[in-house]
Design a protein around this ligand. Structure first.
Ligand SMILES: [Zn+2]
Length: 271
């Protein structure tokens, strides 16, 4: 499932070929993905010039000179294929420039796209009320302190709440809590200011390291049939139940279930 680093890598990969280019053709191959395609999608994109790309939480943004922004979510299995050699039956949405072809392929169809007036993006339902970007300057120790104050829910679950921090998924919350040496089961309001001061840079570091891993695979996208969005990265706790802690502190990585999802942590160094 694509997390923030995969989406960021995808956006950077698309930007290489799309930025400044005119969309000469757009096509939908079915009426919907997880949600229906906007009825004016093809008309609004055809002939538009891409002025820039961006990301908000786990959504990719393609801004156009018509003051409309194409918003895409990769769902569980979505990816963009650049210059695919063959059409795939899961290519649901296709755009073309004079030189390249981009297909949004999504076998499970949990992904979706929307078209939003660029000026209205902040009020778009999925973005309204969303917390700060984890890689931006707005995520501060003070923001977390205020957002977590008095909260009895586990810090792990609170960090997955998009109103507190945008775009953090299960994997990177586990990794950041390990790096900051915070017990994921601890009540949010009980996490000390010193621990939060470790957590903010830890969140940035785990995401940036993964984005760097994704970036190092970007050169592969130059080949025909290149696919954006998936790459291997090294995790400290995620999926490592029963294995020794990388801090070599004698701890063994444990898995517990919180809010219906797995959490991995080292009970020795995460307090
Ligand atoms: Zn440990």
């Amino acid at each position: 499932m694509p997390e923030l680093p995969e989406v960021e890598t995808t956006v950077r990969g698309l930007a290489r070929y799309l930025e400044g280019e005119r969309i000469v053709r757009a096509k939908v191959n079915r009426p919907d993905m997880r949600r229906p395609f906007p009825p004016d999608l093809v008309q609004m994109l055809t002939g538009a010039r891409v002025t820039g790309l961006g990301r908000r939480a786990k959504f990719g943004l393609v801004h156009t000179d018509r003051q409309q922004t194409l918003v895409f979510h990769l769902g569980m299995s979505g990816r963009w294929r650049i210059d695919p050699a063959h059409e795939d039956r899961h290519d649901h949405f296709v755009i073309e420039t004079a030189t390249h072809r981009f297909a949004l392929c999504d076998p499970r169809r949990f992904g979706w796209v929307d078209l939003v007036p660029t000026d209205d993006l902040a009020a778009w339902p999925s973005f309204a009320g969303m917390g700060p970007e984890p890689l931006g300057d707005e995520l501060t120790v003070e923001h977390l302190r205020m957002a977590l104050r008095g909260r009895r829910q586990a810090i792990k679950l609170l960090l997955l709440d998009q109103r507190i921090v945008a775009g953090l998924g299960n994997i990177y919350v586990c990794e950041a809590l390990f790096r900051a040496r915070i017990d994921p089961r601890k009540a949010g309001g009980q996490v000390s200011r010193a621990a939060l001061a470790r957590l903010v840079p830890a969140i940035r570091e785990v995401l940036e390291q993964s984005i760097a891993d994704g970036g190092s695979t970007l050169r592969d996208y130059a080949r025909p049939d290149g696919e954006l969005g998936y790459f291997a990265t090294r995790f400290d706790v995620y999926g490592r139940e029963g294995e020794p802690c990388r801090r070599a502190d004698g701890g063994t990585i444990r898995r517990v279930v919180q809010g219906g999802r797995s959490t991995w942590f080292c009970p020795r160094c995460q307090r």
